[in-house]
Design a protein around this ligand. Sequence first.
Ligand code: ZN
Ligand code: FE
Length: 246
Amino acid sequence: MASDHALTVAPIPILADNYAWMLRETAGGAIAVVDPADAAPVIAALDRAGGRLDLVLLTHHHDDHIAGALEVARHFRARIAGAARDSRRLPPLDVALSEGDTVALGSQRGVVIDTDGHTRGHISYFFAGGPILFCGDTLFSLGCGRLLEGTAEEMFDSLRKLKALPDDTLVCCGHEYTQGNARFALSVDPDNAALRARADQVDAQRRAGTPTLPTRLGQERTANPFLTAADSQSLAVLRSRKDSFR
Ligand code: ZN
Ligand code: FE
């Protein structure tokens, strides 16, 4: 587990290439899980970690993020938190959140950031005590989410908000897409030394069978072409080239 004084975080591999994330508050032992789309492996991981779950955090309505949420929450009598403005497409929420709201995990607080683009109603959670960011399918390592419902303007605005977080933020994304993202990123920015270094690291991590996540925001800021895009038009061009990249 990536660790510091207040919070620890670890990925739980689920489905084909998704991660649910386990977040533990060190002082009191409170546990949250983010996007538990497959109940069995998430319940097994929580049982191994001590059999406690306080809070389920949801980023957006897609099945590969929410499908197991109700079963996991009921199993541990945990509460479910998600975006108030997308509640009709989410499992029944015990905590309906809007931008700027905070959600408590023991002594720690996560703040809600609206991050539309991949979907409308997508939210991210930032825990300053990590610092740790759960950004669902908005920001990936060396990539960003597909624009399925939102516009390039909305995604650009969402990435601008995430980019303002501290360099040492652990970025916990919804998918293990990093190796494919690295190939595309190198095709558009071949001379970026930070990107090359990250791509080599990712190849080694995948060879070893280990997750490439979480990543550090400071590393993404220099290596991720979607974060260095100057404006929403450049982002739109990059995103459409990525959509057809093989
Ligand atoms: Zn999604
Ligand atoms: Fe997804």
